[in-house]
Design a binder for this molecule. Structure first.
Ligand code: AHR
Length: 518
């Protein structure tokens, strides 16, 4: 009979950790499993961009979250919340998408430049009809990206904007000097061009972006793209077309048919895939958790299917598939939204596990994807950080990203646990030289796995692991107890060239090993 308080000891290792108490009423069993990694069966480089982010003018993501303003009593760096900048910089944000979301197709960039006091007050139509003072605009966004080391990705306005507006935004950002717009940028504090590479041509044009059909949007895309060319020494703009919600076939077929094989094909094609649930974040049941986890195999097959739909129109695979909005979207609690802003939800251990499962899907499909952006960075949906007043908490999803970080830039390799099932172990692996990295997610609340990892054709010489785990799916970091959930070292042993470790229930583990050829 297993006791509730469990101690995991790894054979042959002095390291010990104590698992946190599993949720009352659950007793965990331990199952032994073998996992084989195949370093010679490579998939593709795991682009760091698969770990990218999204920040929208929605709730308290930007205003009150990332941006508190220079005169705020909250510690800030020229208006940016200091703690958020520090945490995000430490995490590493490859690309940051902004300003929406639905907000993008109602955003007019000129309202967010020039002296802050003179900027107009505008109504955020999509997210509560409150007014914004536009104190966070183009310069502030690029400034944030520079502070945290992210590449900016501007989502342009197609729905209520004109090609000229987006074309002028690009000139304002990227033309080196000498045009009226580039001189205005210089007067506004940036003589150097921003050299923005990523440009979204609208967002969710099938819905909040304009309620178009796929072929209607193709006409719009061709028109807009014609006026979005390389400027000065800026990088060739990477134009991103709006893809489907989830695995919608009709949208993708209609869009690419409507492109008529024109030269102005998109560089990126961005699908959105949320993992919804009927219950509030901290009130999950085992059944609801299983239902949400079951969306990850669906995400994986949607990626494969969407790629197969694009291929006939793009035989050379020049159009990069993206998932530029994804993550858990639970049932909102009205009182929490009132206190913290629209689409605010707690991020629990269950959400961290779900987020890690999504990252594993992307690593395994590294040959199909060029960028993925979690929704969203702060205080909205599957957020990395939650803020309240001067408090700023890192969530389990932040730690899922942190634990996945060693896979960035590695070559993804196959394992014998190939696809996501939603209910069994979820894994992805990568290699670089003699370093092999594994991300293993245990989605079970009542079962731990003692894993024996072998690397085909190689022997593991040494290994170490870190893990985030908690037996309670609804456990979370609160403003009062911000460090309840944090990754910690996990005991591993190396026996006969294999690694042995025990994955606690509801856990995300990052394992790194050094290997030599047999
Ligand atoms: O991320 C929240 C919203 O979800 C975005 O604004 C929109 O693109 C999507 O429907």
């Amino acid at each position: 009979m297993l006791s509730n308080r469990r101690t995991f000891l790894a054979a042959g290792s002095a390291a010990v950790f104590t698992a946190l108490t599993p949720r009352k009423g659950f007793s965990a069993t331990t199952t032994s499993r073998k996992l084989e990694l195949f370093p010679d069966e490579t998939i593709a480089t795991i682009r760091p961009e698969l770990h990218s982010h999204f920040a929208e003018h929605l709730g308290s993501c930007v205003y009150g979250g990332l941006w508190v303003g220079p005169s705020s009593p909250i510690p800030n760096m020229n208006g940016y919340r200091k703690s958020a900048v520090e945490y995000l910089k430490a995490l590493g944000v490859p690309v940051l998408r902004w300003p929406g979301g639905c907000f993008a197709d109602d955003y007019h960039w000129r309202e967010g430049i020039g002296p802050a006091a003179q900027r107009p007050k505008t109504v955020n139509m999509h997210w509560g009809q409150y007014t914004e003072d536009n104190s966070f605009g183009t310069h502030e966004f690029v400034g944030l990206c520079r502070l945290i080391g992210a590449e900016p990705y501007f989502a342009g306005n197609v729905g209520s904007g004109a090609p000229s507006e987006l074309r002028n935004w690009m000139e304002y950002c990227n033309y080196p000097a000498g045009s009226t717009l580039s001189e205005e940028r210089a007067r506004n504090g940036s003589p150097e061009p921003f050299n923005v590479k990523y440009w979204g041509v609208g967002n969710e044009l099938w819905g909040c972006g304009g309620n178009l059909t796929g072929d209607e949007y193709a006409t719009q895309f061709r028109n807009f793209a014609t006026f979005l060319s390389k400027i000065g020494n800026a990088p060739q703009p990477f134009l991103i077309a709006c893809g489907p919600s989830k695995d919608n076939t009709e949208w993708t077929q209609d869009f690419f048919t409507g492109m008529h094989g024109k030269r102005k094909m998109p560089d990126g094609y961005a699908m959105h895939f949320y993992s919804n649930s009927k219950l509030p974040a901290t009130k999950f049941t085992v059944e609801e958790m299983a239902a949400q986890f079951s969306t990850f195999p669906q995400l994986e097959s949607a990626i494969l299917h969407q790629r197969s739909l694009i291929d006939p129109f793009d035989p050379q695979k020049k159009v990069g598939l993206m998932v530029d909005e994804w993550g858990v979207w639970d049932r909102m609690v009205p009182d929490e939204e009132k206190s913290h802003g629209r689409l605010w939800q707690q991020i629990t251990m269950r959400a961290g596990v779900a987020t890690a499962m999504g990252l594993n899907v992307f690593h395994r499909q590294a040959d199909k994807l060029v960028m993925c952006n979690i929704a969203q960075m702060v205080n909205v949906l599957d957020s990395m950080l939650l803020t309240s007043g001067d408090k700023c908490v890192r969530t389990p999803s932040y730690y899922a990203f942190e634990l996945a970080k060693p896979l960035r830039g590695k070559t993804a390799i196959k394992t014998d646990a190939t696809a996501e099932t939603g209910s069994d172990l979820s894994v992805s692996a990568g290699i670089e030289g003699e370093n092999v990295v594994l991300m293993a997610v245990n989605p079970k609340h009542d079962e731990s796995f003692t894993l024996r990892c072998a690397v085909k054709g190689y022997s593991v010489k040494s290994a170490k692991a870190r893990a985030l785990f908690h037996g309670d799916m609804n456990a979370c970091n609160t403003f009062e107890a911000p460090d309840t959930l944090m990754p910690r070292d996990l005991a591993v042993s190396v026996n006969n060239g294999e690694v042995v470790l025990t994955l606690p229930p509801l856990s995300v583990t990052s394992l790194s090993g050094n290997i030599v050829k047999d």
